[in-house]
Design a protein. Sequence first.
Length: 405
Amino acid sequence: MNLPYFISKRITKNDTGSFSTVINKIAVVSIAVALAALICAFMILKGFENTIKEKIYSFSGHLTVSKYTLSTSFEQTSIIASDSLVTKLTSLPGVDYLQTYAFMAGLLKTSDEVQGVIIKGLDNQFDTASFSKHMVAGSFPQFPEEGYGTEVAISAKIANYLQLGVGDEVLAFFAQNRPRYRNLQITGIYETGLEDFDEKVVLGDINLVRRLNNWGDHTVGGIEIFLDDPSKMDEAETLVFENTDTDLYVDKVSDKYMQIFDWLRLLDRNVVIFFTLVLFVAAFNMVSILLILIMERTQMVGVLKSLGAANGLIRRIFFFNGLNLILKGLFWGNLFSLVFCWAQLQFQLIPLDPENYYMSHVPIKFDMMAVLWINAFVVGITALALFIPLRVISRIKPIKAIRFD
């Protein structure tokens, strides 16, 4: 029989209705709240990062191959997306698929307003299934196999400013040596919450941009590459660069939108700070609570010592007592956090202002492996903290402890 565990279990059972019961409940609640806060914070942060990154990836891919130029204009130089280049890039390890694109600056004009926009021409390789989550009305444009299409999808912000809806037509002007215009048919309205896209990008047919620029069938503005694993973007950038011509430039989306990705990294740092503070508070609470429990059981410690119990045996009694409180706190903390995160994911209970947070509700990303690691850290840190008050036991004198009141 494990004597320390047996005694710990008995004194916990016999404490019902005593002051120790209140202390035990406080310990369980403090551990549960700390763990629930850590799990919820982690899942919300990862959901936030995942949502922002998916929106950026859906517009720009993970890597972009374009003509090397010092110009920052959207009126980009063109490249030839030859079959050999496309085949070579597609066959590289880590590449999922790629799509071509081309930009064209223009003006959308209604009877009352004018709005400067960037027409982003896309082909039939565009992943409309992934982008469908951003569509708030209508459907994504259909691109014909022959000729060019005039169907476009505009953002909700542009639609509100120009007072346009699904099914409306809008006149688009393009400033060239001989100014051109086209009547565009609005088939869908999207919303990402990211100002870089929503304020200016109109999605249309790449053949329309080719026609306006007098380009050939294989001429594009650039190639967007999508990876199997975005975390290996640095390695993929080096590999793609080594397999393209010297006049082509390979750009990571994290460099292209550096401010957003730096902001996300800053959020990661804040979570680490929050994680450390919460663990410190939880450990401090366990130290305080165990000291109180030892003080309340001082007479019992004196009796055990007078009967010949070693300090190590008494320490294990209170260690099992503290570990029992930690495990109860873990159970309730995991239960509350997982139920709350599931409810938020399913029912979107907590809304957000898209103008400030780029999304309409608090996002959640379940990662059970991360939950296990958080549990392990909480158990490890708080269990180690228990050894601090246990050192007090060796200083307790049996005679004084038995007389202690």
